[in-house]
Design a protein around this ligand. Structure first.
Ligand code: HEM
Length: 496
């Protein structure tokens, strides 16, 4: 009995000591004179709901953004477990850090960790300087207007099985049918990755069980990847611990990629896809900082996995908003028809779909596919105009859910209103769905084109509506924006 009492007393002491230690750690920002969120958990800091997958992690960061006591606070201290992180909440400080002082914030937070998921991370997304800067200068020219013009026929060709699949659903003017727009777009994105990034046409609509389609499906949906992503973005210190078992199974991707490269090199064929660009880079002059050879070539294809996932999310969520706003949908349809009538099915036509652009901009404002932007502080940094020092190694975040729905920057922030982006309106600098500064999205134009091609194909043939019972629920496991139960819309054929 006395032994038990002693054990209990010791346990009590340990718990008490831990509580003091946690409180000390969780007051780091207060000690530095930075506003911090008041409600923190002794173990999880401010990130409990996200870490336990009760709320989508990206959305959770948006909730933190909105929880500032001083509504105009330009930045806010918070904690992931006990790790102090800084959340930027104001376009001016964001421009200062992301553009003017870029040299000190040029790496992502997770770029400091071991980069085992090579296809996903040893490319532009994950590399740190100096390799990143060199690679960026080489990848940017593979996504120019000229290259996108060459990709457009591949994007349209990829849409054929999707349209045939819809056609086969028995939808007509009197018979509407519920289609999961998220699933539809993931399948299209899978085929687009195969066609553009791996140089190999696939048809996930009619052959969903082929090894490649199944592997990419797992990539988009798999729980392991969800855990990998939340770790990479928010607790990269654990990437080492998680190990390769958690990461993407790249066996089939490897097979498809190398088959395409080898056969292309043998027969000299050109398709206007990313493999053409990679072969050109491989045969060009090399720089020791990052050589385009061996596995490094394969890793570049990873740029397109998360990239086309983002544009498929953009397409699905914008379609959902158009389904909820029939007049806006009709105006977008007219814009598409007008532009195609004027330019034919050309790159210029998609470029001239200005109202559709406005709808997409509003889509990514409300539903940013990559809702978290992160950076790593390379050296101690004094925030200009203050005596606050951000210590080397501190994680910096921006929440696009928070920023792009902040009433300081957008009137009626939760309303879907493409008019905000009309030519005569000034758009707030808080609108940064593709990130900001030298490290912003390199595939923005490719993503916008992808989304416009798919939306044009669908909206020319179908009207879409959303029933109240099919309202959006975000997937609580997903760091990238995704719907938990799909985006279920009713499609009805347009009689011409
Ligand atoms: C509409 C669709 C897309 C959205 C909303 C989007 C959004 C973003 C965001 C927010 C970032 C982080 C930027 C930052 O840290 O400042 C990013 C980075 C990136 N995106 Fe996209 N993206 C989209 C499509 C694409 C596509 C289609 C590709 C590839 C073809 C792509 C490739 C990349 C790459 C490689 C990076 C890392 C850039 C770097 O670190 O240098 N994205 N994207």
């Amino acid at each position: 009995m006395p032994g038990l009492l002693v054990s209990l007393a010791l346990l009590g002491l340990v718990l008490l000591a831990f509580r003091f230690y946690a409180r000390y750690k969780l007051n780091y920002w207060k000690r530095r004179g930075v506003e911090q969120l008041s409600q923190s958990n002794v173990l999880f800091g401010n990130f409990k709901d996200a870490v336990l997958f009760q709320t989508a992690p990206g959305w959770h960061l948006g909730v933190l953004h909105k929880s500032a006591v001083k509504q105009d606070a330009p930045f806010l201290g918070f904690y992931i477990f006990h790790k102090p992180c800084l959340l930027l909440r104001d376009p001016e400080i964001i421009k200062q850090i992301m553009i003017r002082d870029f040299d000190n914030f040029s790496d992502r937070h997770f770029a400091g960790s071991q980069q085992k998921d090579s296809i996903g991370m040893k490319n532009l997304f994950g590399l740190k300087n100096p390799a990143w800067k060199y690679l960026r200068s080489k990848i940017t020219p593979t996504l120019t207007r000229g290259k996108l013009k060459q990709m457009l026929p591949l994007m349209m060709q990829t849409g054929k099985p999707m349209m045939e699949y819809l056609e086969a659903q028995g939808i007509d003017a009197n018979n509407e049918k519920m289609i999961d727009a998220q699933e539809l777009n993931y399948k299209y994105a899978t085929d687009l990755i195969a066609n553009v990034a791996l140089g190999t046409p696939m048809d996930s609509f009619h052959r969903p069980n082929e090894e490649f389609s199944k592997a990419v499906y797992q990539f988009f949906h798999g729980f392991k990847r969800m855990i990998a992503l939340v770790t990479v973005f928010f607790v990269p210190e654990l990437v080492e611990l998680i190990g390769p078992s958690m990461l993407f199974n790249s066996k089939f991707v490897r097979k498809v990629f190398w088959n395409a490269v080898n056969s292309r090199e043998k027969n000299g064929e050109k398709r206007g896809d990313f493999i053409d660009s990679l072969i050109q880079l491989k045969n060009g002059e090399q720089n020791p900082v990052y050589k385009f050879e061996g596995e490094n070539l394969l890793y570049q294809s990873g740029t397109f996995f998360s990239g086309f996932e983002s544009s498929s999310t953009t397409t699905a969520f914008t379609l959902m908003e158009l389904a909820a706003h029939p007049e806006i949908q009709e105006r977008a349809r007219q814009d598409i028809e007008r532009s195609i009538k004027e330019h034919g099915m050309t790159y210029e036509a998609f470029n001239d779909m200005k109202y559709l652009d406005q709808c997409l901009a509003e889509g990514v404002r409300l539903h940013p596919p990559v809702s978290t932007i992160d950076r790593y502080t390379r050296q101690d940094y004094t925030i200009p105009g203050t005596d606050i020092v951000i210590e080397k190694g501190t994680a910096i975040y921006i929440s696009l859910y928070g920023l792009q729905e902040d009433p300081r920057f957008f009137e009626r922030p939760s309303v879907f209103d493409p008019e905000r982006f009309a030519d005569d309106k000034k758009v707030s600098d808080a609108f940064i769905p593709f990130g900001i500064g030298p490290r912003m999205c390199v595939g923005m134009k490719a993503g916008q084109l992808h989304a416009k091609v798919v939306l044009a194909m669908i909206l020319r043939e179908y009207t879409v509506t959303q029933r109240p019972e099919n309202k959006l629920v975000l997937d609580p496991r997903s760091t990238f924006t995704a719907a938990a139960d799909g985006i279920n819309l009713h499609f009805r054929k347009i009689i011409k």
